[in-house]
Design a protein around this ligand. Structure first.
Ligand code: FES
Length: 78
């Protein structure tokens, strides 16, 4: 079953220059990518006309959220 968050991510742009949706970035992170460079290598974001000024902050935000969630999981013993 698809969650509301996933549906929204399928509609939102991730990298406008390359036409890559947000859910593709989220999927790369779920698969273990842990930096903008890794995600760029996997799905091809970045390197567009904006020189990653639009997509890099989104990736950083997603990676930071992942790190904080992992930290919280560790602290709570999950
Ligand atoms: S939005 Fe990703 S390179 Fe411009």
């Amino acid at each position: 079953m698809t969650t509301e968050k996933e549906i929204i991510a399928r509609l939102k742009p991730g990298c406008i220059c390359k036409g890559i949706k947000l859910h593709e970035i989220m999927h790369a992170i779920e698969q273990g990518a842990s930096s903008f460079a890794e995600i760029s290598q996997i799905i091809g974001i970045g390197g567009g006309s904006c020189k990653s000024r639009r997509c890099k902050p989104k990736v950083t935000e997603l990676l930071t959220g992942k790190t904080e969630a992992s930290d919280n999981d560790r602290k709570s013993g999950v």
